[in-house]
Design a protein around this ligand. Structure first.
Ligand code: C2E
Ligand code: MG
Ligand code: MG
Ligand code: MG
Length: 291
């Protein structure tokens, strides 16, 4: 009886595995055509400063495929990274973000910052910065702040190389944000060795901040370290007023989450920016310019 049960379990896992594998292979296949078929678009989530003013937006990619439907970026970005499709998709993301933000700035008369998520493969590509600068020029993209978000756990393999790329990027006046901070395998020493400007505290901490005193203490500690090291602190996944108040009292600089707004399509972003409750200024105050 026991062995039969085990056998069933194994068969069951194999089925699961086969399904997952098939799905992944299908995603990989569909990703090849996705740009040509115009299946990607960008949404933008507002980022609000401590003083209540609008700082800018984070650009987030969306993929709607005819057979797979909406596939979340958490699912397809890793596949695109391993297949190599991420390079073309990453170029698309940057270019479309510039186009959209230029349009929003033109139509609203308000200059906002934009934060773009960059996959490590993209970041390490030898022409990355050249292409980025060319795209900025091509779209006459005027940025108050252009921020590149990268995740910490991917740096472990080549800290020296990453350091060099980051310095070049910063020399162009572009800021670097460490995304999902606290979730990876990073060590605190990365913070003193990488020339980053911004720490983005992962949303998993924020969801527990009102219920778990230990989490709250950790977030407090992270913000204190960030302040000492002169990093701007950003929190993602702020969903409630209670969370906002705690983070406000901890002197976090920038807030992002459903409490303020979901990620918006271009049209809705324009409406959001122009709504009377949103405070805007020509340049984001309180955030120091890149050095
Ligand atoms: P991320 O960069 O940490 O983005 C934050 C994620 O949290 C986004 O999910 C956003 O929609 C979601 N979020 C925002 N506010 C809230 C909130 O209040 N509560 C909760 N529960 N979630 C919230 P999304 O758009 O599904 O993106 C997931 C991840 O996929 C991103 O994490 C990023 O790692 C990756 N990704 C998204 N867009 C891009 C992109 O354009 N390029 C690259 N390379 N990666 C991307
Ligand atoms: Mg991000
Ligand atoms: Mg994040
Ligand atoms: Mg993430």
């Amino acid at each position: 009886y026991e062995s039969k049960k085990t056998l069933n379990t194994i068969t069951f896992f194999q089925e699961d595995f086969r399904e997952a594998y098939k799905y992944r292979a299908q995603m990989e296949q569909e990703l090849k055509q996705a740009i040509v078929l115009d299946e990607f678009y960008m949404v933008y989530q507002p980022q609000i400063m401590r003083n209540g003013g609008l700082f800018g937006v984070e650009a987030l990619v969306r993929w709607e495929n005819k057979t797979l439907g909406m596939v979340p970026p958490d699912k397809f970005i890793p596949v695109a990274e391993s297949s190599g499709a991420i390079l073309a998709i990453g170029d698309f993301i940057i270019e479309r973000s510039f186009q959209d933000i230029v349009e929003v700035q033109r139509d609203t008369g308000i200059n906002i910052s934009v934060s773009i998520n960059i996959s490590i493969k993209q970041f390490q590509h030898k022409h990355f910065l050249n292409k980025l600068v060319k795209l900025i020029e091509k779209h006459a993209f005027i940025y108050v702040e252009l921020v590149l978000e990268v995740t910490e756990n991917l740096f472990i393999d080549d800290v020296i190389g990453i350091q060099a790329i980051m310095h070049k990027i910063k020399s162009k006046g572009i800021r670097i944000s460490l995304d999902d901070f606290g979730t990876g395998y990073s060590s605190l020493s990365l913070l003193s060795h990488l020339p980053i400007d911004e720490l983005k505290i992962d949303k998993s901490f924020i969801s527990e901040i009102t219920t778990d005193p230990k989490t709250r203490a950790m977030v407090e500690g992270i913000i204190a370290i960030a302040q000492q090291l002169n990093f701007t602190t950003v929190v993602e996944g702020v969903e409630t007023e209670e969370q906002r108040q705690i983070l406000q009292s901890l002197e976090c600089d920038i807030f992002q989450g459903y409490h303020f707004s979901k990620p918006l399509k271009v049209h809705d972003l324009k409406t959001f920016i122009q709504s009377p409750t949103v405070i805007v200024s020509p340049t984001p105050p309180g955030i120091s310019p890149p050095d």
